[in-house]
Design a protein around this ligand. Sequence first.
Ligand SMILES: Cc1cc2nc3c(=O)[nH]c(=O)nc-3n(C[C@H](O)[C@H](O)[C@H](O)COP(=O)(O)OP(=O)(O)OC[C@H]3O[C@@H](n4cnc5c(N)ncnc54)[C@H](O)[C@@H]3O)c2cc1C
Length: 490
Amino acid sequence: MYDIAIIGAGIAGSYIARELTRYKLDVVLLDGENDVGNQITMANSAIVHGGYDAPSYKFKGRFNAPGNIMYEKICEDLDVPFKQCGSLVVAHNEYEMATLHELYQNGLKNGVPGMRIIFKEEVHQMEPNLNPDVCGALYSPTAGVVSPFELCVHAAENAVDNGVTLKLNHLVTDIKKLDDSFKITTTAGDIEAKKIINAAGVYADDIYEMVGEPYFELLARKGNYFIFDKEAGSLVNKVIFPCPSKKGKGILVAPTVHGNLLIGPDAEPVDKGDVSTTSERLDYIKENALKNVPSIPMNKIIRSYAGLRNTPVKASFTTTDGDFILEESPVKGFINVAGYESPGLTSIPAVAHYVVEEIVVPMFPDIEENHEYNPKVRKHLRFEEMSDAEKEAIIKEDPKYGKVICRCETITEGEIIDVIHRSAGARTVKAVKKRSRAGMGRCQGGFCSPRVVEILARELNCTLEDIMYDQQNSAYILSGKTKSAAEEVL
Ligand SMILES: Cc1cc2nc3c(=O)[nH]c(=O)nc-3n(C[C@H](O)[C@H](O)[C@H](O)COP(=O)(O)OP(=O)(O)OC[C@H]3O[C@@H](n4cnc5c(N)ncnc54)[C@H](O)[C@@H]3O)c2cc1C
């Protein structure tokens, strides 16, 4: 029997799993997908927010700024790309300037360091490509951009290296409360654990209802995005937000941590699981992004995608409306980390600390610290970022680092093999893409995907037909040899 089962290996579950390894606990991290971080954590704005938006009485206001402050250290430990580029909330008139002052005051209450209200000249000096109508901005220097899926994968990897058991392809279908434990039924067998942490993203309400009476409900709200070629990546230096409205933060324009440009998201209520993009919604995004940055080169778009917010529409009994739900539920020993929408990515280091220290540790009176806990992952070798001398040395040691597989992003065979064989290693083409960036470039995997399939099959000792693009049973790439297919037709 495990001490704790965490349901959901997105950023919440993976990071909490890592945080739990500071203690001697037997932890299992379960996910229904064939990779970690494959749902909300895969498709969001990737912004490490300053923390001036949410009121200080909410968890969202309380944990955003402290989470932001922890990012530099955790990204160093987990070897995750992070750029503290700063953000601007821009105003076009006096009415919006008044909103900036409110955000500034709220930021002060939340402990956001270094914010300033700046005026026309300085704004346009900082961002020459902004709409000339912009008359002022709230500048937040601590905001930044990160790679959310690398953060999640590396947190899961570090959790596994510190002793967590990761079980993918374990979709939870039922939970029974026993006297002092829970029996969790999954599509790959039963698991027993003394406590449960429910971090199942947009499905967290369904998971809770397997064991308790409903007391919160989550609404899926889709956000669409465009990502642009690196040629457009330097159009803005900072994350550009419009003035927020009651509907949310609005359509942002941002550099990505890997040098692309990102615009989005809108907000549309949808069924859970619907991450399709539509031209109507995408047109809305283009139109609104152009209001702040009129010269966005729409011919440089390389991909569109959508992510699902998990918005709580019925408040929990201890937290306020629309806030993170972080609590032991009415079912004793069952902890909900739910309604975990933006700024969930930013807040996670601080939230994980809170969940572990304030909720989990008191549940285990004899808990002992794990003195062997190592916060660092083994460094990821990134060929493109190496000096010529380093490149020469690594190729000498392993010639596979001299073979470029993804030409757009200059990713070598050595790097792809490494991400397959790490703890929480890649098993699909998309999992390789998330970890190494092979397929993230201009051609979106047009050239390298067949080579990635071959490398995966060879390294995992399976057939080419076994390799999937993404989710279990959803996207096999190859069905057989062309010659045999032709023979079948004849
Ligand atoms: C459009 C959008 C933009 C955002 N932008 C930002 C931003 O810029 N900055 C920021 O700080 N935050 C942002 N967020 C919020 C942030 O992305 C989320 O808070 C965070 O990713 C949620 O992570 P999670 O682990 O709770 O959920 P998920 O990543 O969805 O993880 C939940 C996991 O549970 C698994 N699961 C579900 N059901 C089951 C089951 N029955 N059995 C087993 N496993 C199951 C899923 O497979 C999944 O892997 C944004 C969110 C969205 C949607």
